[in-house]
Write a protein that binds this ligand. Sequence first.
Ligand code: F6R
Length: 329
Amino acid sequence: MRAMVEAFPSLLSLTKPDPSIMTMASQAFSSGLHGICIAGMGGSAIAGQMAKALLAQKAQVPLITWRDYELPRCVTKDWAVICVSYSGNTEETLSAFETAKKVGSALFIVTTGGAILEQSKDLPVALLPKGIQPRAALPVIFSLALPIVEALIGIDSTDFSKLSVVLEGLVKRWGNEIMSPRNLAERISSLVPLFIGSGHMVPVSYRAKCQINENAKTVAFSAELPEANHNEVEASHTYKEYGIVPIFLRSTHESKKMSARFEATDAVYRQSDCAPVHVRLSGLSELEETLAIAHYLDMLSVDAADIREVDSVRVDKIAELKRRLAEGF
Ligand code: F6R
């Protein structure tokens, strides 16, 4: 897992969608789409959540994500649906795929193979490289899914080769501008992290929670601002008792109102003898920040796994659940 996470920057420029897929996405945009839905689960869902957080405000039509069976009724033949499943065998994603086929939406598939590929003859498929854990494939899934979404909303494609170089360079700032992932992992090793983000950092905080769960095999939580100011904050006097450490994922693009919220939340938490950790990298675009902080926290999860002496690759319980469900209970 460490090698896969270290490869995060280079995985961003490993592949790109076939020009024929981009043409189909541009044609779908020109035909006047009514909405775009990105369906997928777990490690295959996060790229869509990031794309939505970064692009929803630029899209002239609803851009939604779906992590469930079937699809919401509003998704019709005038929508585009992107189904992402690393294995191609995830039952919720297959259900969304079948629903999209039934209603006649413009379908795009991102996968390595499996049942979804078998059922995708004549459909645009962006093929992922095999042999990576789905969650570690985030950069490559993102580099295929984001350009499709960009074309579907009629904006220019991101230059992933450039992005990959930027991300590579940012690793040097770990341990200087921000604490190294290893130091942070040591500092929180006996604590439960509560990642808190706002705006485009919301999926990054959820990703960090999931990476701690799956890689370090331990409990973690995520929340978002401003919403957490209306509920979560009332529990903060118990954080010390339960060993919870809030980790604020800050953005240099935060509005003044949002910065004030982070600082006020920090002050309220400190009253309960709980000092949040602030994670922030300066001088980056929203897209760079999203990926750079996700990469940093992916590394934190691998360091946490090492400290806990657990196998960061195996996901036996996820596999058992899938097996039990396939066998009928
Ligand atoms: C495993 C992982 C899981 C899977 C999820 C969906 O590394 O992160 O969350 O991503 O079970 O499976 P796929 O990605 O094959 O559709």
